[in-house]
Design a protein around this ligand. Sequence first.
Ligand code: FES
Ligand SMILES: [Fe+2]
Length: 378
Amino acid sequence: MSHEPAINLLKRLVTRAAGEGPEPQPMSLHVPVSSYTDPARFERERQRLFLRRPLIVGHESQLPEAGDALVFDWLGLPLITLRDRDGNIGTFKNVCRHRGMRLVQDEGRTTLRSLVCPYHQWTYGLDGGLRNVPRSETFDGLDTAQMGLVALPCEVRGGLIWIQAEGAMDVDSHLAGLGADLELFDMPGFRFCASNVRTVDCNWKLIQDAFLDGYHVVRLHKNTVGSFFPDSMAESDQVGDHIRSAVARNEIFDAPGLADEALDIRRLATYSYTVFPNVVLVFHPDYTSIISLFPKSAEQTVFAHTMLTPHAPTSEEEKDHFRRSFELIDQGVFQAEDIFVSVGAQKGMHSGANESLLFGGLEESAIRFHNIVERELA
Ligand code: FES
Ligand SMILES: [Fe+2]
């Protein structure tokens, strides 16, 4: 499988590894601290960047069977995403149509046979339809066909489950061609392995900044994954509002002179995609990470990390290997390093030390991201 624009990024890294490529250009962007702290600014971001745009809420392999559900209050909305008996995946507001009680109480991944409201036991099917109303004869003019759960637009594309909170959803125009990249990395074929959802005390953009920056890889990650990479050898492109980046791995120095067919995109570089606004897909050599950021406020964000593997584990040994890989990346790298610095930066935001944060030529992808955010908010 090939996809020229994505392979070109790797070729640019190979050229640089051969000492022939252009070096990063000096540049500076100053992002005001208020962009990470101001509640009014945050509300504008929520309205303009999140509510009226397709967002990824999971991978379809997280819901393999009828009744499998993801229950999360994303974007401050109580939502439930589930697979029905016909195999379709839908997203509904987790709110009873009678007097508004929350239907499924706990957030997380679960399996349901139907949705029964604890208050008066109105019962909904997996397709959201209202199936049963106790003592229904006591309601005057109740039209049960009109009283199903409130659905949001929900579609599976590239193996990912997309929803939109407000307005009609058009995933294809939002993807702007990124679908071919999802195919290249076999997003539809990979399988759910593990996930962790936590709330972190920082602005959502600080985490995007950390994932868009090749500058820190050999420094912040020096005791974990840093030794797999040369210093700051990264390339990126903009695809619609999304950013395709690749950070060269040490194997890149063996690549100059190889035929195009011999260029292994998962071994020579770590590709990551910032799917605008709130998701990062990271393609490690033998697994994939989906990081979804759902801000709760200017200074608090839900960080959901899901690991996908090429197949379900075929032995105890492989299961153990996947488990250890998840622990290393989720706890050792993301929690102890990338989240650590994002939360650490948020703590100093009100100190008055900086009026703005500074980004340079090795942080060019983050500069692109901030330019897109500013354009969308303008
Ligand atoms: S509020 Fe749900 S059945 Fe009454
Ligand atoms: Fe990092």
